[in-house]
Design a protein around this ligand. Structure first.
Ligand SMILES: *Cc1c(COP(=O)(O)O)cnc(C)c1O
Length: 365
C-alpha cells in the first residue's frame, strides 16, 4: 500500500470464542496483561508491495520460521494505549493519533516501514468493535491495546528486513493498583543506563526493555519496584523509569520534567500532564534535573512531590528513593495533592466524565 490508499480489514470471526460466562469470570479480575480477547488484527508487509492482507481473526499462535529476522536482531516496535467505556455505554480511545505518530517515529528509527495512521487507527477500531464484550464495565477497568510490528523475513543477513507483520492484540485490565494508588519505591541504578545519545531511547522498541531487565532485577534485589535511570554520559541527570516518565512538583507549585533530548521516551501521558498543568496556569519546565537536585530538594523541601507517568498506571507517586549511598523520600513519600489532582483530571477526561478541551478522546462507538 502506498501513501493514503485505503485498506480494508477482512473480518473472520473466531469459530471458538470464549463463552460469555467464562469471559465474565476472566474480566471480573483481569490483573494486567494476563488475559486476552478472542481476536487479533494482522497485516502483512513486503518490500515493493507495501501493507496487504489486513485481517481480523481468531487470536492464535504465529507460525514462525526459526530464521525469522526478529528472533536474531530484534527489529521490533510496539505501542500501548487504552480504550475506556464511556458513561453513555460507548467506547473511546485516548489520543490514538499520538500513538500512531510515535509508532511511525519508532519505525523510522528501527529502519522499519511506517504503518499509515489510517491503517493504525482502523486496526484499533476493528479490534475494539469485534471484542467490545471484553471491555470491563468497572469504574476503573479498561481495554489495553497493544499494537506491534516486527521483522518476519526469513534471513540471517544483517540489514533491514524486507517482510514485516503488524498486529494488534487486546487485554482487559483492571486498575493497575488494586486497592488504590500506592507509591512505588525506586532504585537509582549505579551500573546500568537505559539509553545513550544517538541510541534508541526515544523509540518504543522491545530491545530497550530487554536491556532493562537486569536493572529491574537489581531494583527488586534492593526491595524496590522500579528502576530510575540516570543519563548515560555523565551519570548525573535523571532520565526516566524503565517504562514511565518522571515529574517533579516544586515548592512554588511548578512542574519540572526532563526534556525530550532523544534518550527518553516521549510519553503521551507526560505530554498530557504537561498540557493539563499549563492549561490550569501551573508553570511547567522541561529541563535537566540532577539526581543531586532531587536528593537535596527532598531534604530542603524545595521539591514537594515526585511522580511517574505512563499509560498503564496513569500517574503513580514515587515513594522511597533508594541508591547505593542510602535512601530518602520526598515529603512523607505518600501521594501528594498536586499528583493526585492531576491524576483525577486526566482520568476524568479519559473516561468521558469531564470536558475534553484538547480533543483527546476518540469515540469508537
Ligand atoms: C511507553 C513508555 C513510557 C510512557 O509512555 P505513555 O505514552 O505515557 O504510555 C515511558 N517510558 C518508556 C520507556 C516507555 O516505553
Amino acid at each position: 500500500m502506498s501513501g493514503g490508499d485505503k485498506i480494508d480489514f477482512e473480518i473472520r470471526p473466531s469459530a471458538a470464542p470464549v463463552s460469555a460466562a467464562e469471559r465474565a469470570a476472566m474480566v471480573a479480575n483481569p490483573g494486567f496483561g494476563r488475559i486476552f480477547t478472542d481476536h487479533m488484527a494482522i497485516v502483512r508487509y513486503a518490500e515493493g508491495k507495501g501493507w496487504y492482507d489486513a485481517r481480523v481473526e481468531a487470536r492464535a499462535p504465529l507460525p514462525m520460521d526459526p530464521a525469522s529476522a526478529v528472533l536474531h536482531y530484534a527489529q521490533e516496535i510496539f505501542e500501548g494505549l487504552k480504550a475506556y467505556p464511556t458513561p453513555d455505554g460507548g467506547v473511546a480511545m485516548f489520543r490514538p493519533d499520538a500513538n500512531a505518530a510515535r509508532f511511525a517515529q519508532s519505525a523510522a528509527r528501527m529502519a522499519m516501514p511506517v504503518v499509515p495512521t489510517e491503517l493504525f487507527l482502523a486496526s484499533l477500531r476493528e479490534i475494539i468493535t469485534i471484542d467490545r464484550e471484553w471491555m470491563p464495565d468497572s469504574e476503573d477497568g479498561s481495554l489495553y491495546l497493544r499494537p506491534f510490528a516486527f521483522a518476519s523475513e526469513v534471513f540471517l543477513g544483517v540489514r533491514p528486513a524486507m517482510e514485516y507483520l503488524y498486529l494488534v492484540i487486546a487485554s482487559p485490565v483492571g486498575p493497575y493498583f488494586a486497592g488504590g494508588v500506592q507509591p512505588v519505591s525506586v532504585w537509582v541504578s549505579p551500573d546500568f543506563t537505559r539509553a545513550a545519545p544517538g541510541g534508541t531511547g526515544a523509540a518504543k522498541c522491545g530491545g530497550n526493555y530487554a536491556a532493562g531487565l537486569s536493572a529491574q532485577a537489581e531494583a527488586i534485589a534492593h526491595d524496590c519496584e522500579q528502576v530510575v535511570y540516570l543519563d548515560a554520559v555523565q551519570r548525573t541527570y535523571v532520565d526516566e523509569l524503565g517504562g514511565m516518565n518522571v515529574m517533579f512538583v516544586m515548592d512554588d507549585g511548578s512542574l519540572v520534567t526532563p526534556p525530550l533530548s532523544g534518550t527518553i521516551l516521549p510519553g503521551i501521558t507526560r505530554d498530557s500532564v504537561l498540557r493539563l498543568a499549563e492549561r490550569s496556569g501551573r508553570a511547567v519546565q522541561e529541563r535537566p534535573v540532577g539526581f543531586d537536585e532531587w536528593r537535596t530538594g527532598a531534604a530542603s523541601g524545595r521539591i514537594r512531590e515526585v511522580f511517574a507517568c505512563g499509560t498503564a498506571a496513569v500517574i503513580t507517586p514515587i515513594g522511597t528513593v533508594r541508591h547505593p549511598g542510602g535512601e530518602f523520600t520526598v515529603a512523607d513519600g505518600g501521594p501528594g495533592e498536586v499528583t493526585m489532582g492531576l491524576r483525577q483530571e486526566l482520568v476524568d477526561i479519559q473516561r468521558g466524565r469531564a470536558d475534553d478541551p484538547f480533543g483527546w478522546v476518540h469515540r469508537v462507538r
